[in-house]
Ligand binder design. Structure first.
Ligand code: SAM
Length: 236
């Protein structure tokens, strides 16, 4: 699902390519809609995984928009389902934007601070333009602490080792198993290794939806065992 018809067409074409090459047997359905305003087109408890790539930072224009998107992710996931997303590291973005300069460049990435508009609310609405080349699109700072709190309040636990919610993309990409993927992307995007490694700017969020606890009125098992043990004829 994506709000831009062009992006949806690109995704459809990529999927058709993968199917034609025998690299995917996934049945994919594509929708064009504004995710901050619409319900996800699925029943509650449908999916094992919900993933969102380079997108969540567009949903934090307001608290209402951010809450709506996370409520919908929670609703369509099964219990124990996983939410996985890649987004800019909000703490790093915020520290770059705190700088007196209005534009920050690293590799072929550029960040440009936007004047805060009246409709935006902190801490959600801190806007910046992010661009790879000359064209820029407006994104919003997503504080890792805030996102974690919002996910925890919806019953998620961190999915990374140690129960962490965030892992730097740079750490993942430096692992041997990912090196082939990295070279493929580098060939496709014609950017330098230094630029690619500056993707350490991004975080990968992994969050698991907990099973709701079922309350039981039973007495504790220890008490019951003792009662049985005292019954004549009971065996250990
Ligand atoms: C950086 S692109 C990432 C596209 C794709 N997920 C990928 O990884 O290649 C960000 C996408 O977010 C979409 N987008 C931004 N705001 C949106 C909204 N409110 N609802 C739906 N899509 C939105 C844009 O149309 C754009 O395609």
């Amino acid at each position: 699902m994506d709000g831009g018809a062009t992006s949806v067409e690109e995704a459809r074409a990529r999927h058709a390519d993968l199917v034609a090459q025998g690299k995917s047997a996934v049945h994919a359905v594509f929708h064009t809609a504004d995710v901050t305003l619409s319900a996800l087109p699925a029943d509650s408890g449908t999916f094992d995984i919900v993933s969102s790539m380079f997108f969540v930072q567009f949903c934090f224009s307001t608290s209402v928009a951010a809450a709506h998107v996370l409520d919908e992710v929670t609703r369509v996931l099964k219990d124990k389902g996983v939410f996985c997303c890649i987004l800019p590291d909000g703490d790093r973005v915020a520290s770059l934007l705190r700088d007196r300069r209005t534009q920050v460049a690293f590799g072929h990435f550029k960040l440009h601070k936007c004047p805060l508009q009246k409709t935006q609310e902190a801490p959600y609405g801190v806007a910046y333009n992010f661009s790879l080349t000359d064209s820029a699109c407006t994104e919003f700072v997503v504080s890792p602490k805030l996102l974690r709190t919002m996910l925890e309040s919806r019953g998620f636990v961190g999915g990374w080792p140690g129960g962490e919610f965030f892992m730097g993309a740079q750490h993942l990409l430096s692992q041997g198993a990912e090196s082939e993927t990295v070279s493929t992307i580098l060939r496709g995007q014609k950017c330098s290794q230094i630029d690619w490694m500056s993707l350490g700017f991004f975080s990968v969020v992994l969050a698991k939806k907990k099973i709701p606890l079922v309350e039981t009125k039973d007495p504790s098992p220890v008490k019951r065992r003792r009662k049985c043990d005292s019954t004549p004829g009971a065996s250990a």
